[in-house]
Each structure stands twice: as structure tokens, then as C-alpha cells.
Design a protein around this ligand. Structure first.
Ligand code: C2E
Ligand code: CA
Ligand code: CA
Ligand code: CA
Length: 275
């Protein structure tokens, strides 16, 4: 057991050490990424399920580390949340996304992911207000995407801030719906404008009847509550066909476009205004 396992264990351990090393570097560097200009924003289209017309884009962060190359937000956002770097980082992506969207000639929406740690900051609503006036983006064209984790702690502050943002005319989406602890009570906690059905359900819905039943129910629930429903992670025509059948409003996924620098979507956003 010791002999056979020994080699495998050593390999496992060195991989773990490498992983730990990577995590330490990330913790160390994530706070500097904004100031060093290593962050960028990519955009992924959200399309009408029936007509495939683009209604907006989701803005997603990218970090290019000088030594470690491109690091996924799935890895660095948690690190940024622990270190507090999410605050300047969140302000960066909000500003970039709004600045970009304000230059599009097509009146498309832009959706920005916002962490719980940002929302509970006392001046978050003010930041949104400032960025809107600074960039000239109409508030109706901005959407913030939040997750259920927001409503676990300090939900009173969260609700108040989100309401302030809504009062500006900005819309609010609940992201990764169905993966949290108390999805249904989250829906009652706040008047959301949009529900995003998590990719895990969408990916499985063709081969798994339980996943399909969940997608069906979330769409029905969203519709009954007067919300727009977006399915995320759509990769195949079969998924599109089923989502149409289930009367999902919008879809987002690699099938229609990967997250890319906005220049790749210039044909959709319209000719750029001169800088
Ligand atoms: P999310 O908000 O659920 O974003 C969707 C993720 O799914 C993105 O990963 C996107 O690239 C990926 N995706 C989209 N369509 C498909 C598809 O058809 N197939 C597959 N396999 N994946 C697809 P990404 O860009 O790596 O972001 C991961 C997560 O990091 C996001 O999940 C979000 O929670 C977080 N994140 C990204 N940007 C920001 C940001 O600016 N602020 C905050 N707070 N979080 C962010
Ligand atoms: Ca999102
Ligand atoms: Ca999501
Ligand atoms: Ca997700």
C-alpha cells in the first residue's frame, strides 16, 4: 500500500504545493492587478430565445498576470473577496462596462456582476450613481447581477442598497439561480427583474429529466412572478429547442458567442463613436 501509493501521493503532494503556491501568489498580487492595468473586461451576448436578437451583454473580468498568464475569475474573485481587492476591482469593471456601453450606437443592455462584499459597502449606490453620470449611460441600460449569497448575511443592508439602485432605474438580476441555499425565499426577498438559470441545470437538461424539470419550473416560476428568465451556458441547438419549448425568454452561452473583447462584437454594438 505504502509503496504503490507513495509515488502517487508524492505527485499529489507536489501538485497540491503548486496549487498552494499559486493561491499565495494570487492573494499577494490580486490587490495590485487594477493599478498595474492587468485587468480587462470581455463581453458575452444575451439573445432573445425566439428571435436570437441581441438584447445585451454580460461583462466578465479577465486577469492577465505577468508571470502566470491568464487567470480565471473563478479563481481570483474569491481571492479578491477575501483580500478586499474586490472593491477597487468591482469599481473598475463597473466603470469599464458602462463606459463601453455608452459608446454603443445600439441601445443594448450591459450586465455587471457584483459581489456581496461590494453591495454591503455603504457607498455602493453612490458609486453606481457616479459611474452612470460620469459615463452618461442611461440607467435603464445597466443591470447588476447578484447571487443568493448576498441574502445570507446582512440582508437588510443588501436590500436597501439594491432598492436604491433600482430607484435609479437600474435593473437587478439574480445569478446562478437554483444553486444557493434558499432560492425560493431569495426570490421573495427582493423584486428582481431577471432570473438567470444556472448553467449546471442547462448543461444537463437534455440527458437528465430532473434537470429539465428544474429548468421548466424555474421558467414557470419566473414567468408567474413577471420576471424575465435567462438560461446560461447554452451550447447546443437541442438546448435552444428545448428552452424555446419551455418559453425561456433569453439565452446566453458559447453557442451564440464566447466572452470576448467588445471589438469582436462591433457588428452588434454599432460603429464606435470617436474617442
Ligand atoms: P457567472 O457570472 O455565472 O458567469 C458565467 C460564466 O460562464 C463565465 O465564466 C462565462 O465565460 C461562462 N460561460 C458562458 N457561457 C458558457 C457556455 O456556454 N459554456 C460554458 N462552459 N461556460 C460558459 P467566467 O468568465 O470564467 O466567470 C466565472 C465567474 O466569475 C462568473 O460566473 C462570476 O461569478 C465571476 N465573475 C466574472 N467576472 C466578474 C466580475 O466582474 N465581478 C464579480 N464579482 N464576479 C465576476
Ligand atoms: Ca453572472
Ligand atoms: Ca451565472
Ligand atoms: Ca454560473
Amino acid at each position: 500500500r505504502v509503496k504503490r501509493g507513495g509515488c502517487g501521493y508524492a505527485l499529489f503532494e507536489s501538485e497540491m504545493q503548486r496549487e498552494q503556491h499559486r493561491r499565495r501568489i494570487m492573494q499577494r498580487d490580486v490587490g495590485l492587478a487594477v493599478d498595474k492595468g492587468e485587468l480587462s473586461v470581455v463581453f458575452q451576448p444575451q439573445v432573445d430565445a425566439r428571435t436570437v436578437a441581441v438584447g445585451g451583454f454580460e461583462a466578465l473580468l479577465r486577469w492577465k498576470h505577468p508571470e502566470h498568464g491568464s487567470i480565471s475569475p473563478a479563481d481570483f474573485i474569491p481571492a479578491a473577496e477575501t483580500s478586499g481587492a474586490i472593491i477597487p476591482m468591482g469599481a473598475f469593471v463597473l466603470r469599464e462596462a458602462c463606459r463601453e456601453a455608452a459608446r454603443w450606437t445600439a441601445q443594448l443592455r450591459v450586465a455587471v456582476n457584483v459581489s456581496a462584499a461590494q453591495i454591503v459597502q455603504a457607498d455602493f449606490a453612490q458609486l453606481v450613481k457616479d459611474v452612470l453620470s460620469e459615463t452618461g449611460l442611461a440607467p435603464e441600460r445597466l443591470e447588476v447581477e447578484v447571487t443568493e449569497s448576498l441574502f445570507i448575511q446582512d440582508s437588510a443592508t443588501a436590500k436597501m442598497t439594491l432598492q436604491e439602485i433600482k430607484d435609479l432605474g437600474v435593473s437587478v438580476a439574480i445569478d446562478d439561480f437554483g444553486t444557493g441555499y434558499s432560492s425560493l425565499s431569495t426570490l421573495r426577498a427582493f423584486p428582481f427583474d431577471r432570473i438567470k438559470v444556472d448553467r449546471s441545470f442547462v448543461s444537463d437538461m437534455i440527458n437528465n429529466s430532473d434537470a429539465a424539470a428544474i429548468v421548466n419550473s424555474v421558467i414557470g416560476l419566473g414567468r408567474a412572478m413577471g420576471l424575465r428568465v435567462v438560461a446560461e451556458g447554452v451550447e447546443s441547438d437541442e438546448q435552444v429547442a428545448m428552452l424555446r419549448l419551455l418559453r425561456c425568454h433569453e439565452i446566453q452561452g458559447y453557442l451564440f458567442g464566447k466572452p470576448m473583447p467588445i471589438g469582436a462584437y462591433a457588428h452588434l454594438t454599432g460603429p464606435k463613436h470617436p474617442r
